[in-house]
Design a protein around this ligand. Structure first.
Ligand code: KG4
Ligand code: ZN
Length: 340
């Protein structure tokens, strides 16, 4: 185990970070590793469509980006001329949405003549564990659970990580959202399953734990199990038993996540565990991690809600470590949909 302490020789600097990979425009301001502002402009426009509509997302980013940057600078108490670097999410994500952030970041960096930093969205979710914790202990395992990804990642130092396992098909967030859709709940359904599950009996309806290699996951079988169960019930039964159904669905996802996470922890002997991504906001998952920390003698990091779902604070902290390594991007940087 080693404690990493941020480079104290680092220059005194303010950094602006932009996150526009999906349907939220996130803007953060960071001062020497500390987040001064972390703002998100959401996009209600997608709710009527049951999912994110890429073209509408790009247009909403165009509309939101300037006022959100203004608000974040104001909250941080600085002016644009005090910025020393601009960071942006390059991918993975919706290319049209990413391009709004990439274009804005390039133009601002060019006009201020300051460095640009290109950040990967998934690396940033994992790095969110380091927000407010410059002395975080390494190595740690991060369970990254979002709408697009489910991975167990070993982190050896800031920016130095290795994926130990991934989902073969759907992500944990998709399993929540698809189950919610089958129950007639609006998108994104994950937070609503969480809400109804609070009053429910999680043991009432048993669902399977799908098989997958070692630290990998597979959620498609669970989705089929939910569909088979829900399609057999009457609308009245579903309405009357919604809390028990949501609690049972949530338990099946959370328990499955922990089966593989515990296996990875015991095989690697790593006892520092973090969670990240939108599903890390789930109450069942957070409670289970606290409980498992006691049973397994784990040191755990449970992020604040604002750093679980997509946010620019995680982009800012990642970019700060990239800045210390002088990992800068050029004006030829491009957005990418997949991979890194
Ligand atoms: O990380 P994120 O904001 O975006 C991606 O990068 O995908 O994750 C969004 C996902 C959605 O599937 C959403 O339903 C899920 O996170 N989510 C939750 C909760 N809050 C967000 N799932 C379960 N319980 C929650 N409280
Ligand atoms: Zn995300």
């Amino acid at each position: 185990m080693q404690n990493y302490t941020a480079n104290t020789q680092a220059p005194d600097m303010y950094l602006l970070a932009i996150e526009s990979s999906c349907d939220d425009t996130g803007i953060a301001v960071l001062h020497n590793g500390n987040i001064l502002a972390n703002m998100v402009a959401g996009q209600a426009v997608h709710q009527a469509w049951g999912g994110v509509v890429p073209e509408l997302a790009s247009r909403a980013h165009e509309k939101n980006i300037v006022p959100t940057v203004d608000a974040a600078l104001k909250q941080a108490g600085i002016t644009v001329s005090q910025l020393s670097a601009i960071a942006f999410t390059a991918g993975p994500g919706l290319v049209g949405s990413l391009m709004v952030g990439v274009g804005f970041a390039k133009a601002l960096a060019l006009s201020l003549n300051i460095p640009l930093i290109q950040t990967d969205h998934l690396v940033a979710h994992v790095m969110s564990s380091l927000i407010g914790k410059p002395d975080f202990s390494f190595p740690y395992l991060c369970l990254l659970v979002s709408g697009g990804h489910t991975q167990i990642i070993r982190v050896d130092a800031p920016l130095k990580m290795e994926v130990l396992g991934s989902t073969n098909d759907d992500a944990a967030g998709e399993a929540f959202d698809k189950a919610a859709k089958m129950l007639g709940l609006p998108y994104p359904g994950g937070p609503l399953i969480d809400k109804y599950a609070k009053d429910g009996d999680s043991m009432r309806f048993p669902f399977p734990r799908p098989r997958a290699e070692k630290y990998d996951y597979s959620f498609s079988g669970l989705k089929t199990a939910y569909l088979q169960f829900i399609s057999k019930q009457t609308p009245e039964f579903l309405a009357q038993n919604l809390p028990d159904i949501c609690a049972s669905i949530q338990h099946s996802i959370v328990d499955y996540l922990f089966i593989k996470l515990k296996l990875a922890a015991s095989d690697t002997g790593i006892k520092t565990i973090a969670i990240a991504g939108g599903v890390a906001a789930n109450t069942g998952l957070r409670n289970r991690l606290t409980q498992e920390s006691k049973t397994n003698d784990w040191q755990v990091h449970i992020p604040a809600f604002e750093y679980c779902t997509d946010n620019a604070g995680m982009i800012a902290i990642t970019a700060w470590y990239q800045f210390l390594q002088r990992d800068f991007a050029g004006q030829d940087a491009v957005a990418y949909a997949r991979g890194g």
